[in-house]
Design a protein around this ligand. Structure first.
Ligand SMILES: *Cc1c(COP(=O)(O)O)cnc(C)c1O
Length: 374
């Protein structure tokens, strides 16, 4: 028996994919980002469900993910959105990956390889992460033209702060820069078929950013990019429902009566205020249940919330179950997700550990099994 495991709802994933298909329409390619182990949901199983539900492209960060997906028999189009080292380009081409490019060196090296490959040129529009600055475009295009095997399949950019603002001024500025870059390409005789800029927040809030290809991540897993995005959508009258797909579970490893005044865990940071009962859970910060949740997090047992008391250990956590009768050894515990009528959301865990829902699900240890459930 596993000490901890994750259940991924096929129905939730499929319904989210359909929601985004509805938002962007059938003429726009729907790419889903499955980087970071499909945002912690399990790369291969999740990808299979997403594709079956109508996803057109999978976006991955790095070559090893392409190797894993191809080994699993997945033939869908893959777009590497992260950096591919020059020495890995040959392998990426062999695995039929589309590549995001923004360096002259990458274009030269791909030219040398000589095999057909689809490139998505990334434009710097204000995020100051990856991307070619518009004034560098002529040089990049000149290099590109030298190599007949290279196809300019797409032009892309990425928004800097759509999820942190109600006001989209900066995103609209980025879009203008992006359109300018597209014009430069057209004038130089390149008109990439795909243009893409939209992440989840833009897919929901900015139809003008859809073009003919969107790259949805967090929303496909049923999570909102931020509270602000949710509020902005409601404000704009966009009524969509996203269903969280992930439930993280463990079991009770010990039940113990403790006296008033007992000190719980390392550092003796928590003192029992009265006689009570605790449960020891066999998960800890190694699993991705981070130490910031010490005396802050909550778990669900018998459909009730049980607070984490004392410090989260490497492989153990203690929770107060004084108010929950009849808890027994190996009773099921929900760390993220629903049990009965109660839920511990990724957002709640994010707030209790000073981060965002993205980090909560992606930091769950990859060694933990992910099981698809109906
Ligand atoms: C991760 C990522 C996305 C998806 O972002 P979400 O906010 O999760 O929708 C889209 N585009 C790029 C380039 C990314 O790195």
């Amino acid at each position: 028996m596993e000490l901890t495991w994750i259940e991924i709802s096929k129905e939730a994933l499929s319904s989210n994919v359909k929601t985004f298909r509805g938002l962007v329409g059938k003429n726009v390619k729907l790419a889903v980002a499955v980087k970071a182990n499909a945002y912690g949901h399990g790369l291969v199983q999740t990808s299979e469900v997403l594709l079956k539900a109508g996803t057109d492209f999978l976006c991955i960060n790095a070559l090893y993910e392409a190797e894993t997906l191809r080994m699993a028999g997945i033939k869908a189009p893959l777009l590497i959105i992260g950096y591919t080292p020059l020495s890995d380009l040959k392998k990426a081409v062999e695995l039929k990956c589309d590549l995001t490019v923004y360096n002259l060196e990458t274009i030269r090296e791909l030219g040398k390889i000589g095999k057909p490959v689809n490139l998505h040129l990334k434009i710097e529009t204000g995020n100051h992460r990856q991307g070619v600055k518009p004034d560098e475009l002529p040089k990049v295009l000149a290099e590109f033209k030298k190599h007949k095997n290279l196809k300019m399949a797409g032009l892309s950019t990425h928004f800097a702060n759509l999820e942190d603002r109600i006001n989209h001024k900066y995103a609209l500025y980025q879009l203008r820069q992006f359109k300018k870059a597209y014009r430069i390409l057209e004038e130089n005789g390149h008109a990439p078929h795909y243009r893409h800029s939209a992440n989840t927040a833009a897919a929901i809030l900015l139809p003008e950013a859809h073009f003919n290809f969107v790259r949805v991540g967090i929303g496909a897993y049923g999570l909102w990019p931020s509270e602000k995005t949710l509020l902005a959508a409601e404000h704009a009258g966009i009524n969509i429902k996203l269903t969280p797909a992930l439930t993280w579970k463990t079991v009770v490893a010990q039940v113990k009566d403790v006296d008033k005044g007992a000190l719980i865990g390392y550092g003796c940071t928590y003192e029992m205020p009265k006689n009570g009962r605790i449960a020891v859970l066999p998960i800890g910060y190694y699993d991705g249940y981070v130490r910031l949740l010490s005396s802050k997090g909550h778990v669900l047992i018998h459909g009730k919330r049980a607070p984490v008391i004392g410090r989260v250990c490497m492989n153990m956590v203690m929770v107060d179950i004084t108010h929950i009768p009849n808890v027994k050894l190996e009773d099921e515990v929900v760390l993220i997700g629903k049990q009965g009528k109660k839920r511990v959301s990724a957002e709640e865990m994010a707030e209790n550990s000073q981060t965002i829902n993205y980090e909560v699900t992606t930091r769950i240890n990859e060694m933990i099994s992910r099981h698809l459930v109906d």
